[in-house]
Design a binder for this molecule. Structure first.
Ligand code: SAM
Ligand code: SF4
Length: 328
């Protein structure tokens, strides 16, 4: 059985982008009230007194868009300074990264995953929304800033949507040739925008790998991280290529993570809410840390069963929730 030691912490469920596949226009998105967000002090206390004693040592900050959280730099410093922290990373859309990268580095962050679904500014804008100058330019500036400061490994996440960005697979893969960047292709999941999923479908990772193999060849690769990606490398390239294939290949049996939402829900699984508990409500109503610790330990023990159920039930029912709400 896998050790469950990796916690994805959503700092906020709101976002400054509205990606077609994640937060489609017109979707009924109910945000948590700001007063219900776990505060910086609550988060620190929960990590020190609940999660770390139960065995969690690796953390990822996500959202929504984590850089929208006003105290994101302080939260990074808190977690980076815990002696038990073995790994701390962040997933971001990088729109605000050029402004915040130095402060995040100084606070102790070293690893970043950045969403970059297209190299074409117009296509990018059509995916993430917004008017006027494409937001691609700010994102690209953020990626360059992170690269120059030295964040490593620097991973770029691409959700592949047929007819939208699947014509760019080779261009995106080519980013790894000269730079030590790690491009990860993610199979589109039926979470968030069911209409788009039904309309476009998804492309299996093997189809992408074949395109890349035909162009350059493809060998096994390695990169540091906690993720479910299968890692490859174009021979001679500086970076690697990852494939996250949750549609074509169920990797529940490799799962090592739990998710904590901005408003304090602890979920053992992305798609299955069985057993989830609200830590913020309990904390604020005076439940002891010892009690919360026991509840979290129980959830960790029960996790393999939860995953098994998810595997049986497939993705049915997932449409109504978005990754930004679950804490992607
Ligand atoms: N806002 C940040 C970002 O976009 O990187 C962090 C949160 S976002 C929800 C985390 C990841 O979930 C992103 O890499 C995004 O592409 C992915 N994601 C969202 N909806 C998805 C879907 N329907 N299928 C596959 N990946 C999805
Ligand atoms: Fe925002 Fe990330 Fe969702 Fe895009 S994928 S809407 S950037 S949370």
């Amino acid at each position: 059985m896998n050790a469950i030691d990796y916690l994805r912490i959503s700092l906020i469920d709101r976002c400054n982008f509205q990606c077609q596949y994640c937060m489609p226009e017109g979707a009924d998105l109910t945000y948590a009230l700001q007063q219900d967000w776990l505060t910086r002090a609550e988060l620190r206390a929960l990590l020190q007194q609940v999660f770390i004693p139960v065995g969690f040592t690796r953390f990822r900050l996500t959202g929504g868009e984590p850089l929208l959280r006003p105290d994101v730099v302080e939260i990074v410093a808190d977690i980076a300074n815990l002696p038990e922290t073995q790994d701390l990373a962040m997933t971001t859309n990088a729109f605000l990264l050029a402004k915040k990268a130095t402060a995040l580095w100084q606070a102790g962050l070293r690893r970043l995953n950045i969403s970059l679904d297209s190299l074409d500014p117009d296509t990018f804008q059509s995916i993430v929304g917004g008017r006027g100058k494409s937001r691609w330019y700010d994102v690209w500036e953020g990626i360059q800033a992170a690269h120059q400061i030295g964040f490593t490994p620097l991973k770029l996440n691409v959700v592949v949507i047929p007819g939208v960005n699947d014509g760019e697979i080779l261009d995106l893969a080519a980013l790894t040739l000269e730079r030590e960047w790690h491009v990860r292709f993610i199979e589109f999941m039926p979470i968030g925008n069911g209409d788009l999923f039904d309309d476009r479908g998804w492309l299996p990772s093997e189809t992408l790998r074949q395109q890349i193999r035909d162009r350059w060849g493809l060998a096994a690769g390695t990169v540091r991280g906690n993720g479910p990606a299968d890692v490859f490398q174009i021979p001679g390239a500086k970076g690697t290529l990852g494939f996250i294939s949750q549609m074509s290949e169920c990797f529940c049996d490799r799962c090592n993570r739990m998710r904590l939402s901005a408003d304090g829900w602890l979920r053992p699984c992305l798609l299955n809410e069985t057993g989830q508990i609200n830590l913020r409500e309990q904390l604020r109503s005076g439940v002891s840390m010892a009690d919360l610790r026991a509840q979290v330990a129980k959830l960790v023990d029960a996790k393999p069963e939860v995953n098994f159920k998810m595997r049986e039930s497939g993705t049915t029912g997932a449409y109504s929730r978005t990754m930004s709400q679950i804490g992607g």
